[in-house]
Write a protein that binds this ligand. Structure first.
Ligand SMILES: NC(=O)c1ccc[n+]([C@@H]2O[C@H](COP(=O)([O-])OP(=O)(O)OC[C@H]3O[C@@H](n4cnc5c(N)ncnc54)[C@H](OP(=O)(O)O)[C@@H]3O)[C@@H](O)[C@H]2O)c1
Length: 326
């Protein structure tokens, strides 16, 4: 028997129920994982509330985890028992053990802990895809990154800095300025500070505006994003933590903004390409650039507290749920 987090109805974090289940043997093409760390992502809040997902209760939400292969089903050749692995984008992660298609998992490099893997697989692959394929960030670019102390935001700051850009970050409040600066952002502004951020960015960019904006906040930041982007610059609306953005169409056409709504699944649908992007991230962990990423760890049973912290904007960095070896 192994621990699983069920919901019998969608709703607030109080709907999580820790139970024991028998996971069973893997079928053709599947493996059974003994998970050690589960990533918490902002989109989990929408799954938990029932804005996304089916009605086949009990449901187990969560998209991302890292652990070991415990059993291999017929026809699986790319993985063997005891391989260390990680994955994202496969619902049902909030559990100690699970069955999963072998085609959905990635090899996890030695030297990267399960907690680090669960912190960077979804968010790092997303950030990596955004700075390479969404808008290829390079030396000489000035980029703006919202929620620069958050999960994806922290990784965007680090990856954009590693690619040689000048990085301007925003955070919701003064309490998060230090966390964004610790990620390496060159300039950080708190959105509630009353500072004239448009004027500040004009000053930093000598009136040109930023080359690209990575906007995962959406409704509350899209106006700022469009005002500070350069003529023909890029605005990547990759998330909507504050609600769906309603971008000003006139401003978009007047400035000839390249507006996109990129997603990891659309940018990197191929699993081989995901593995090489993940391997690059693991090298950055081993090399130190991502080694000190802020990770807040909760026991899996404390999932409700993790969700409350993320939802109330108390969190910085990545949130990870750990499973103690049984
Ligand atoms: N397109 C994709 O493939 C993809 C993949 C992964 C994630 N995402 C998106 O990327 C975004 C970031 O995901 P994440 O998991 O790393 O979360 P996160 O950034 O760690 O957490 C969300 C952050 O959004 C900010 N925020 C602004 N307004 C908010 C509001 N009204 N309510 C709550 N938070 C608000 C908060 O930072 P401040 O307090 O600093 O404002 C909060 O910490 C999410 O929108 C997520 O859906 C997209």
């Amino acid at each position: 028997m192994s621990l699983v987090i069920h919901q019998y109805a969608y709703g607030d974090p109080g709907t999580f129920t820790a139970e024991q289940e028998n996971v069973g043997e893997p079928g053709p093409g599947e493996v059974r994982l003994r998970q050690r760390a589960v990533g918490v992502n902002y989109i989990d809040l929408a799954f938990r509330a029932g804005a996304i997902g089916g009605n086949d209760f009990p449901v187990t939400i969560g998209l991302e985890a890292a652990g070991d292969v415990e059993a291999v089903g017929p026809g699986v050749t790319a993985f063997k028992v005891e391989d260390r692995v990680t994955y994202t984008s496969v619902p049902g992660a909030n559990a100690e053990k699970r069955l999963i298609p072998a085609s959905s998992i990635l090899h996890l490099a030695e030297g990267v802990t399960y907690e680090q893997a669960a912190a960077i697989t979804a968010k790092g692959l997303t950030a990596g895809a955004l700075v390479t394929k969404g808008y290829p960030v390079g030396a000489g670019d000035v980029v703006l990154i919202h929620a620069a102390a958050g999960g994806v935001g922290s990784l965007l700051v680090r990856l954009a800095k590693a690619r040689g850009a000048v990085v301007i970050g925003t955070v919701g409040s003064a309490a998060k300025v230090a966390a964004a600066a610790a990620n390496g952002a060159d300039h950080v502004y708190a959105l509630d500070s009353g500072e004239d951020i448009v004027a500040e960015i004009e000053r930093i960019t000598s009136g040109k505006g930023v080359n690209a904006v990575f906007d995962g906040v959406g409704r509350d930041t899209v106006d700022l994003s469009l005002h500070v982007v350069a003529e023909s610059g890029a605005v990547l609306l990759f998330g909507a933590s504050s609600g769906q953005p309603a971008p000003d169409r006139e401003l978009i056409s007047a400035k000839r903004v390249a507006l996109s709504r990129p997603s990891l699944d659309a940018l990197v649908p191929d699993q081989k390409e995901r593995q090489s992007l993940a391997d690059e991230l693991f090298e950055l962990v081993a090399g130190g650039e991502l080694a000190d990423l802020a990770i807040t760890v909760y026991p899996l049973e404390d999932i409700a507290r993790a969700h409350r912290d993320l939802e109330s904007r108390r969190s910085t960095g990545s949130l990870v749920l750990t499973v103690q070896p049984g």
